[in-house]
Write a protein of this length. Structure first.
Length: 236
C-alpha cells in the first residue's frame, strides 16, 4: 500500500506563520497537475488565508474548492482534494478537510468545501494501529487489496458512510442514503467522502478507470456511485 496512506492524519493544530513563497508556489504547481475523477466537470481550487465558520480550524492557509453543479460533482471534488491532502502529507505539511468552514467572500464557481493547510504544530503522521476505522466486513465484501486503502480514507465525522463490493477485479462503490432531517447536507458530505475513498483506490490501481453501470446491483439503504475498473458502463 502507498506508504503515505498508511500514516496520514488530519491536522488541526498549525504553526500560524505563513509558508514561504517558494512552498506556496509548489502548492500552486501541484494544483495545476490535479487529475479529476470526471473530466467534464468545471472546478476551481483557490488558496486563501482566512475562512469563516463556527468550527473552523485556525491555519495559515486554506484551499477553497468550487464546482459547477453537476452529477458526480461532489465526488469529483473529493477525488481532487484528496490528491492535495496526500501531497501535503508526503511534503511534511499538514491538512484537514473542513466541512463547516466557508470562504469570507464568494468568487467564481459555487463553493463546495474547504481544506486547511500549513506547517503542523503536532506530529504530522501516525502509525497504522492509531487509525479508528470500521472493520472491513462492515464496509465491504469480496477480496481486493485496494479496499484497505479505501478503508483508511478520511470522512466527515469519521462516519465512513460507504460500502464497496469487489468482484472480478472491479470495485462497485456505494454510499449510505442520507436518511436525516438535514439530508441534503449529509448527502453532500457522503458524496465528497466517496470521492476521497475512490482516490485512495486510485492510488493503489495500476490502471484506474471509473464508470457507471446501468445495471449495477441495488444495495438496500445505499446509493450506487460508480465502479472502479469496469469497462461495461458509461465512462465519466
Amino acid at each position: 500500500m502507498n506508504e503515505i496512506i498508511r500514516k496520514r492524519k488530519s491536522i488541526r493544530k498549525y504553526d500560524l506563520a505563513p509558508l514561504d513563497a517558494g512552498v506556496l508556489e509548489t502548492v500552486r504547481s501541484r494544483i495545476e497537475t490535479l487529475v479529476p475523477l470526471c473530466p467534464g466537470i468545471n472546478y476551481s481550487v483557490e488558496i486563501v488565508n482566512k475562512t469563516k465558520g463556527i468550527f473552523s480550524v485556525k491555519a495559515p492557509h486554506y484551499l477553497i474548492f468550487g464546482s459547477e453543479e453537476k452529477d458526480v460533482a461532489y465526488e469529483n471534488i473529493g477525488f481532487i482534494g484528496q490528491q492535495m491532502d496526500l501531497f501535503f502529507s508526503v511534503s511534511g505539511l499538514g491538512s484537514c478537510w473542513l466541512g463547516s468552514s466557508k470562504p469570507e467572500k464568494a468568487s467564481g464557481l459555487p463553493f463546495v468545501i474547504a481544506m486547511s493547510f500549513g506547517k503542523p504544530a503536532e506530529p504530522p503522521h501516525r502509525e497504522l494501529p492509531d487509525f479508528n476505522r470500521k472493520p472491513p466486513a462492515e464496509i465491504s465484501e469480496g477480496s481486493d487489496s485496494r479496499l484497505e486503502a479505501a478503508r483508511l480514507a478520511p470522512s466527515a465525522m469519521n462516519a465512513q458512510n460507504w460500502y464497496f463490493i469487489a468482484e472480478n477485479g472491479n470495485i462497485r462503490c456505494y454510499r449510505k442514503n442520507a436518511n436525516h432531517p438535514l439530508g441534503f447536507i449529509y448527502d453532500k458530505m457522503h458524496r465528497i467522502d466517496m470521492g476521497i475513498a475512490i482516490r485512495h483506490i486510485a492510488e493503489e490501481s495500476e490502471d484506474f478507470c471509473f464508470s457507471k453501470e446501468a445495471d449495477a446491483p441495488v444495495r438496500k439503504g445505499h446509493i450506487y456511485t460508480g465502479t472502479v475498473g469496469s469497462g461495461n458502463g458509461q465512462a465519466y
